[in-house]
Design a protein around this ligand. Sequence first.
Ligand SMILES: Nc1nc2c(c(=O)[nH]1)N[C@H]1C(S)=C(S)[C@@H](COP(=O)(O)O)O[C@H]1N2
Ligand SMILES: [Mo]
Length: 442
Amino acid sequence: MLEDVQARDAAAEPHHDTIPERSTAPRASRRLLLGGSLAALGASLGGLPRLSIISPAAAQGAPAAAPAAAPPKGPQPFDFPGKDKGLVLLGDRPLVAETPESLLNDDTTPISKFFIRNNGQIPEPVANAETWQLKIEGEVEKPLTLTLAELKSRFAAQTFRMVLECGGNGRSFYQPAGRGNQWTNGGAGCAEWTGVRLADVLKAAGLKASAKFTGHFGADPHLSGDTTRDAISRGMPIEKALEPHSLIVWAMNGEPLPHIHGGPLRLLVPGWPASLSSKWLNRILVRATPHDGQGMGGTSYRIPTVPLIPGSNADGKTNFTDMTSMPVRSIITAPANGTRLPATTREVPLRGAAWAGDHDVAKVEVSFDAGQRWQAMTLAKPKNRYDWVRWTGAVTLPSEGYFEFWVRATDSRGVAQPHVATNWNPQGYGSNPFHRTAILVG
Ligand SMILES: Nc1nc2c(c(=O)[nH]1)N[C@H]1C(S)=C(S)[C@@H](COP(=O)(O)O)O[C@H]1N2
Ligand SMILES: [Mo]
């Protein structure tokens, strides 16, 4: 491995008052240290994902040149109990951290590598998880209060491996920047979730004919400490709630759901923005009308139905719709960006993952010549619906030198990832351009 020349911009991000995708922490942008011809390359690739690129100086064993204005601090080790130090902090108030693509190389994402996203404060842990209470209220015949112990004993447990992906994943690839945490591709992970079907619990409460939407509530206090406000409270159409993979979960990878991931109890609504997957879940309100909680309406988790001029103002009141399925995305998880291989290497094995919200992944292709030619990768069979697809393959390089691997996936409808982030919107949802990884042979 070469010295990683990825520099983190120490400049503070402007403060945005737009909740819930706001961050007051330093922006973890991925400015490049580029010199000579690589600078030209970077410039010509304007609008594409920013990635750390091996600098000519570093390749020759010299320390990377420091930029004139702000000396690079480099990625700081992420310091959180039980978490891998390689996670990247995107904000500390609220706490948000993403997983670099190369740390998503496991078939099942270990808890230690799973991304973290909070909108409010982290609530106090409870002493006895089994007595945690969940209320089901609203348009139901028989409102219920169930403890975790009762959920476990009254309903059939299910385990599925499913992707959880932040609605803002990929946001940093928008130009101009969308408001909020500057995710690259690491606001996603794929774990084994154990719980009960939300549908079974809603049916036990008896859905009225007027039951058309849900609203979800968690125990985390608002960032401001204001007890009259929710940190986040999103909801969905009842059809999504009744899907067999929409779960109320208490275990992750066979372990009790960790506190930071919403333990004792959370929702897991696969395929749609993870903001629906309420952590520290204590109440579900069944409604006749769309939920109006924190993170609903305006431009929150909403995307334009009529394309906007990038950078324009929009309030989301007209020509916007709530995000439903997340778009198709693929990542290269090995080799890691910045890998240096021996000069004689020609065949390079590749590994990665792809997923497509509500849809299946039909195809994953890799290019090492900037998209002139694409080569199909081999897809492993997903365990169940909403599992990601692990893919493998190998490319044969024509020479030594600098190469970028680009990956793109196509979903079951024939919709592929775009070259650049498209359908710009003020809060930067739905950005899914090709993932790119740079290596040096020799
Ligand atoms: N109660 C509560 N639930 C929440 C959130 C939150 O801030 N509070 N954040 C949501 C968002 S925006 C995301 S991306 C996921 C992140 O889940 P994770 O931290 O377990 O990765 O949780 C969702 N559920
Ligand atoms: Mo999110």
